[in-house]
Design a protein around this ligand. Sequence first.
Ligand code: GLU
Length: 300
Amino acid sequence: MIGAGRFAPSPSGDLHIGNLRTAALAWLTARSSRRRFLLRIEDLDAQRSRASYADRQLADLHAIGIDWDGEVVRQSQRTSLYREALDVLVRGGHTFECYCSRKDIREAQSAPHADAARYPGTCRELSEGERADRRNSGRPPTIRLRSPRGEYAWEDLVLGPSASTPDDVVLARWDGEFAYNLAVVVDDLDQGVDQIVRGDDLADQTATQIHLIELLSGTTPEYAHVPLVLNRHGQRLSKRDGAVTLADCAVQGISRERVVAQILESLGSVGQRTLRESVADFALADLPTAPWIFVSPADC
Ligand code: GLU
């Protein structure tokens, strides 16, 4: 079977130019390596996800020349797959129940010598009696991954040799909602995704995901973590930076052709006008390594 790349947006707002650029990179990398390209809507977070945002995201991707194979998949309709995978992990002894509130975790992380970005380990080694006490207190547990302590290394197509340590991430929340790291791994395996191109803000999650893939007997895909887009002050691009979505651009009279041209220019692609025209000459290795500083065409 030929492999697949994918783009997997969370429908919590319109895609901004940085998201569109990452999607273009994922599409170009898949198409130039003759892979299928899949679109998956990561809408498990019921509070932040809106179907109307998903529709607009798909329309914007289409508008800049991205196409995809097969039906768009929505994570909210695939929860039985996540349940099965979670059962495998629980039965294998690779999980533990966590009774911490967000506040408990924040406090433990701010203790001297604690790592502020990782789960502090509070519930990892609870005895049977301690667990029974917590259960009786009425607080339903989240299910966390019991991750190994060592490093995982991967050869990143953009970052080069990379490594990080898996974290005890949440797999299922106390209210039964499945979490990002479980769903993303289950879906990529189920959909035959063997190439993941995404923003480098997710590079830290990669070791955890490689570990989960191994526990679920899957094959590790290739990874490319691409730099996020920054504003002229070197900060992550946000709504405050002017015309950053296609809708903003349209209001200001900036055509989508101009947006596509700007994205292609940022990829070091010279002389091509559409994504499709760029496929033949595209190579991730040619991607400029410096972050792209975005200046809205309205401000040029
Ligand atoms: N849904 C994630 C996001 O929008 C992307 C997940 C992934 O590419 O692994 O940031």
